[in-house]
Design a binder for this molecule. Sequence first.
Ligand code: ADP
Length: 293
Amino acid sequence: DVVVVGSANADLVVRVERWPAPGHTVPGSDLAVVPGGKGANQAVAAARLGGRVAFVGRVGDDPYGTLLRGSLERAGVALDALVTTPGPSGTALITVGPEGESSIIVSPGANGRVTPDDIDRAAGVVGAARVVSLQLEIPMPAVRRAAETAAAAGARVVLNPSPAGPVPLAVLALCDPLVVNEHEAAYLLDGAVGDPAAGAAALRALGPRSAVITLGAAGAVTADATGTARIPAPRVRAVDTTGAGDAFTAALCLRLARGDDLAAAARFAVRAGAAAVRREGAQPSFPTAAELP
Ligand code: ADP
């Protein structure tokens, strides 16, 4: 169904009462080491929803590489195109403050070593997908080659340009859809989004065949050749929004792979995103197919 080409990070999480100023030290909670990274999160989320999923990327030859490989494997993700590379795995150094706000440093490690040649070696896997899901936590040349390989093989390309950064026109033109949150939308549109439906249409005017903006508790809005659609999210008690966007994108990709149109896929995806905010963490919070009938 879905092939994810992207990042895997070990999330190293510590809670703090306040952040240290440069040159200072503060005490923190015990360290939690949790598998993460946008690519791996989306692969795990799509597999947990019952999808046949493969992951293309790199992990380091350190203990975190073993952890990351293990979490993908346990979720049932095919790992024939996951390369173990000398050096450190991707890591995210995350401090979470008293109000739940997080401050994050991402060290790319092995993710930064994913090359267009890796994509060529995985062309069989990428080309066999119905939907190929991409993000921006691996170098753009690899993202671009993955989008081109997928499109040439007739697969649908879904790009979540996160962390927000420039996307070449040649890549934008292959996206169907481009999936962004409000922050990423504002970055790409060079200003505040304003009316969400108009924002989604404006994003589509940048080149992708279709666009989706996720709106947190307000759901999402879609724009494609048939027009725009507002998709409300179910009301839930939010416990931890980490990974909500990844759960949304994974669910969207899975439903598109199964033949839904964009608005129908988004109606399922908002339910997956809402389910993910009801539990702590990213990967542990992703719903199963049984939880989303
Ligand atoms: P990101 O996590 O990338 O910032 P959003 O915050 O827009 O993205 O959330 C992605 C999706 O997760 C939303 O479209 C929605 O389906 C779901 N979601 C997020 N926050 C909530 C919430 N408080 N209540 C219900 N659903 C939510």
